[in-house]
Every structure is written in C-alpha cells, then in structure tokens.
Design a protein around this ligand. Structure first.
Ligand SMILES: N[C@@H](CCC(=O)N[C@@H](CS)C(=O)NCC(=O)O)C(=O)O
Length: 228
C-alpha cells in the first residue's frame, strides 16, 4: 500500500487532500518534525531534503508536495486539466508558481514573524510583502475563473488551498479582506468532505505541539551552525 509520510503542516496537507479525494488506499506515517524525525537516516533515504511530505508507492519514491501531486494525478488520471500542451503548460506554470513562490515566501513570512530569535523589520516586511503579492496574483486569477485552471477542480486548486487556508497565520487576522476570490476557493475546497478528512488526519497520530528548544533545533538547524 502507498505510504504517505506526513505532518499537520501545509505541504503534507495538500497531498492528504489528493489522497482523500482520489480514494487511493494509503498508510499515513507520521514524521514528527518537532522531534527531529525528518533527520533520521531511514527518513533521509526517502527524502534527502529532510522535509515532509514524501510518498513511497511500490518502487517509486517521490518527495516534494508539488511533485507528489503531479505524480499521483498522472498515475490516477484524476484532477488534471484536458490533455493538451496548452492546458499542461498552464498546469505546470501554476504548480511551479505555488512551489517556488507562494509556499517559500509564506513559510519565510511565518518564520521571521514568529520564530526568528530577532524581530528583523526588513526581513518581516520583505517576506510579508512577497507573500501578499503572490496571494494577490492568485486572487486576481480567480476573479474570472471558478478554479485556477478554469471550470475544472484540479491539483492546482489543492496546491493553492494547502497554503491559502493559512492566510491568517501568514499575514495576520484581517488579511482575508484583500483576497475575496481566493477566500471563495478556500471555502469551497475546505467544505469538501475530502478536505475535512485531510485536515483531521493529524488527529490519528500524536504530534508534538510544543515549540520548545528541541523543536526549534530540529526544524531550524542553522540555530546551531553558523555559516555566515
Ligand atoms: N518544497 C517542499 C517543502 C517541504 C517543507 O518545507 N515541509 C515543511 C512542512 S510544510 C517541513 O517539513 N518542515 C520541517 C522542517 O523544515 O524541518 C514541498 O513542497 O514539499
């Protein structure tokens, strides 16, 4: 059975959504990143980047949420746009946009606001600005379309939902006022039974919740090692 290595964080939750939507049988295996499970040799053999999510599907080992979404969509033939070069080009553009822009900038915005030992106004402003700019582009795209690629619910919407549902955590309460179209999509996707099961998945395992010194050092190894 497909093994899904996950935590409750946004990138694994998008993959959980696909798994729940598609009905694929899977075994959810917790990787408690606050305890340092991501650095264990047995997990590094699956994802050398020491992050979640990852999957093992027979002899296929796939890590990185966007790669997993694409792999699973192509494997099942589900949640993809029509099979034309034009539609596939758009699919790849938006998947990569979320992978290289929305995710990293949102993650860094949260990091510098909540976890950096020093509150650096320049870094906070830079990442909040970029997160806001990226979400603004998604919001604009959704002004004229029901879903990111048009009339069909695809892996791009799952990808967007994974991060956009956390907009208040990234940019503070009240941030939704700027992204009404995106909020519509997040609410629609979030109301799907599969999304509710994806969000509830974490309750099947006990994950550490404290962000104590063990958690900080597991997730931010640069705290211990100066390279600059
Ligand atoms: N590009 C990767 C990023 C994965 C990632 O940053 N995962 C976070 C959770 S959302 C994680 O594993 N954090 C724990 C850590 O950095 O130690 C993806 O999309 O899967």
């Amino acid at each position: 059975m497909l093994k899904f290595y996950y935590s409750a964080a946004p990138n694994p939750t998008k993959v959980a959504l696909f798994l729940e939507e598609s009905g694929l049988a899977y075994e959810a295996i917790p990787v408690d990143t606050r305890k340092g499970d991501q650095h264990k040799p047995e997990y590094l053999a699956i994802n050398p980047n020491a992050k979640v999510p990852a999957i093992v599907d027979g002899d296929a080992v796939v890590f990185d949420s966007n790669a997993i979404l694409l792999y699973l969509a192509e494997k099942t033939g589900k949640f993809l746009p029509e099979n034309t070069p034009k539609a596939r080009g758009e699919l790849l553009s938006w998947l990569m946009f979320v992978a290289s822009g929305v995710g990293p900038y949102s993650g860094q915005a949260v990091h510098f606001r909540n976890y950096a030992p020093e509150k650096l106004p320049y870094a906070i402003n830079r990442y909040m600005f970029e997160a806001q700019r990226h979400f603004g582009i998604l919001n604009e795209r959704l002004a004229k379309r029901r879903y990111m690629l048009g009339d069909t619910y695809t892996i791009v919407d799952m990808d967007v939902w994974g991060w956009a549902r956390l907009i208040p955590n990234v940019m503070g309460e009240g941030a939704w006022d700027k992204f009404a179209n995106l909020k519509r999509l997040v609410d629609e996707v979030g109301a799907r039974p599969a999304a509710q099961r994806a969000v509830a998945l974490k309750d099947k395992h006990k994950f550490k919740t404290e962000m104590d010194s063990e958690a900080l050092h597991a997730m931010f190894p640069h705290l211990k090692e100066k390279v600059a």
